[in-house]
Unconditional design. Structure first.
Length: 119
């Protein structure tokens, strides 16, 4: 398996009980009859997508995995901005440990914003 695939599988396998992630493969394929099928979410969307349950609320969660010197592309940065600006969690991680450290920080930030909302 490729290192990127190994990282994705390790992140999914290590997810805490309140996090559910799915692999978001993207691409297209040409069928025998010449038609093309495109799959996955839009260009730039996270490698892993799903949700994190925070106080009974499912919050959209995206994880972009990077290996070595791989850099975040502009479409990926835009996706991350869109998700986080709308209250979701979107992180870029180079290891399992970094993933869950960043996820914890993002979750704590959301919890703080929940606490600031008066009923």
């Amino acid at each position: 398996m490729k290192p990127h695939t190994n990282l994705l599988k390790a992140i999914m396998a290590s997810a805490p009980a309140n996090v559910r992630l799915f692999q978001n493969d993207q691409g297209s394929v040409e069928l025998i009859d010449g038609r093309h099928i495109t799959y996955g979410l839009l260009t730039g969307s996270s490698d892993l997508i799903g949700w994190t349950v925070i106080r009974g609320i499912a919050v959209f969660t995206g994880v972009e995995a990077k290996i070595g010197s791989d850099k975040v592309r502009p479409a990926q940065a835009q996706w991350r901005f869109q998700v986080t600006s709308q209250g979701g969690i979107a992180i870029v991680a180079r290891s399992v440990e970094e993933c869950w450290q960043l996820h914890t920080a993002a979750t704590n930030k959301l919890l703080a914003s929940f606490n600031s909302i008066s009923p």
